[in-house]
Ligand binder design. Structure first.
Ligand SMILES: Nc1ncnc2c1ncn2[C@@H]1O[C@H](COP(=O)(O)O)[C@@H](O)[C@H]1OP(=O)(O)O
Ligand SMILES: [Mg+2]
Ligand SMILES: [Mg+2]
Ligand SMILES: [Mg+2]
Length: 412
């Protein structure tokens, strides 16, 4: 076989024939030909990455538009609802209890999910579509949600029209509900699955702080591409001594494809730049990220670990997977996350962030040093917490984590 030809081969781990170009790049996958000859080729996800970038960027545009209060009759009303009624659902993630308030928050995320689904399906019409996503349409199907559903549908349609690349008839409310509910896949180790958190860091979004639209693709249980749209993240570093006045622009898009590195560009569409995690080797010079919300991660534990490492800088507390994006470009050196007992991490909260950091040279593991396994369905099955840093600092960080966890359990 020569470089340019196209040929139908069967991936060893899949029963479906696959047409692919031997010129394709990155991931190595093994295929067998009819004569049981095993061939190693590199898979490319360029088309899927382009679709994911477009979907996440449009969803970011929609979320920013939602911030200008289009979902509620009055900005003031919305602000009051958002700030006073945010409470917890059974998994302790934030949701508003007052019906209308709840719809304002979950409706926005669902709106973003509907748009991402629409774009992925339009951009990749010949690929089977499977999506593991956070939101569903239950709240929007309630009788009291008619108004919100209509507003959401209008906004999704407006965003699609303003983009101008799709000549589709206007989506109906039922089309939007269906699009939201196509995110019900369970994922797993076979085939391809998109993984989406349509608004990651709900509390940050509600506060007007950091949040992300996080989209990744799993192929045979591995994350092969990831996109993080971070509408409120400055293009300039958010750590250390930087000149805040030099670049006030906000809105970053991080993206990574397996074997091809991590890039950042502005959400306004500037040229992409390749990014790298910090090269710091001395942990005393490191600064670290953790959740803004104390309820999401044990701050006392990360502070004891930081002390063991000799870290001098105070923690940088921000919401969502924006932390992974910031780390991938060298803002800070460490991310530590230790949820309270009983909390189960979901794949949509880490898949995109994970590849964005690892393709930028970083390393991510659970608190025991095991890599994260995205092949087990919608939950990550892991030991205690998640830690992220560069290759040089990881052994020291793991040692400090182990010691602090031992101290914590002996003090109970
Ligand atoms: N009790 C909790 N503990 C840990 N993480 C949580 C908890 N509740 C929600 N989350 C999820 O953690 C992420 C926010 O993490 P961080 O604290 O680092 O900003 C979000 O994905 C959020 O979900 P959501 O997408 O609904 O906002
Ligand atoms: Mg949530
Ligand atoms: Mg999330
Ligand atoms: Mg979310």
């Amino acid at each position: 076989m020569t470089g340019n030809c196209l040929k139908i081969l069967t991936p060893i781990s899949s029963s479906k024939p696959l047409l692919f170009s031997l010129l394709s790049k990155p991931t190595k996958t093994q295929f067998k030909t009819s004569s049981s000859f095993v061939l190693s080729v590199k898979m490319s996800y360029h088309k899927e990455l382009a679709a994911a970038k477009k979907a996440a960027s449009l969803a970011a545009q929609l979320c920013q538009a939602l911030n200008s209060c289009s979902l509620s009759p009055s900005c003031k009303v919305q602000k009051v609802l958002l700030q006073s009624d945010v409470q917890s659902k059974s998994d302790k993630s934030p949701v508003t209890v007052a019906d209308y308030g709840m719809l304002v928050v979950s409706g926005r995320a669902a709106c973003s999910q509907a748009l991402v689904t629409f774009v992925l399906e339009r951009e990749l019409p010949s690929e089977p579509f499977s999506l593991v996503a956070e939101e569903d349409s239950t709240d929007l199907r309630n009788d009291g949600a008619t108004d919100t559903l209509e507003r959401i549908t209008k906004l999704v349609n407006e965003t699609i029209t303003s983009d101008g690349s799709y000549s589709v008839p206007t989506l109906s409310t039922e089309d939007v509900l269906k699009a939201i509910d196509s995110g019900k896949s369970e994922g797993g180790s076979a085939g391809r699955h998109w993984v989406l958190d349509p608004i990651d860091g709900t509390k940050g979004f509600v506060r007007g702080d950091q949040y992300a639209i996080a989209l990744a693709l799993l192929d045979e249980g591995k994350v092969v591409l990831g996109v993080l749209a971070c509408p409120n993240l400055p293009l300039a570093s958010i750590c250390g001594d930087y000149d805040k006045s030099s670049n006030n622009e906000v809105g970053c898009l991080f993206y990574a494809e397996i074997g091809a590195g991590t890039y950042m560009q502005s959400l306004n569409g500037s040229s992409p730049v390749k990014v790298q995690v910090t090269a710091i080797e001395n942990s005393e010079e490191a600064s670290f990220f953790e959740s803004y919300e104390k309820a999401h991660s044990q701050h006392d534990l990360s502070s004891s670990i930081a002390k063991k490492l000799g870290v001098k800088a105070p923690p940088v507390r921000i919401d969502s997977q924006v932390k992974y994006g910031a780390l991938s470009r060298g803002d800070g050196a460490i991310y530590m996350r230790f949820p309270r007992e009983g909390y189960r991490e979901k794949i949509w909260d880490h898949a995109a962030g994970c590849i964005v950091v690892t393709e930028a040279g970083g390393i991510i593991s659970d608190a025991a040093g095991n890599p994260l396994d995205f092949s087990k369905g919608k939950y990550l099955d892991l030991n205690v917490g998640i830690i992220v840093t560069n290759q040089k600092l990881m052994p020291k960080l793991l040692k400090a984590v182990k010691e602090s966890l031992e101290e914590q359990s002996s003090s109970l």
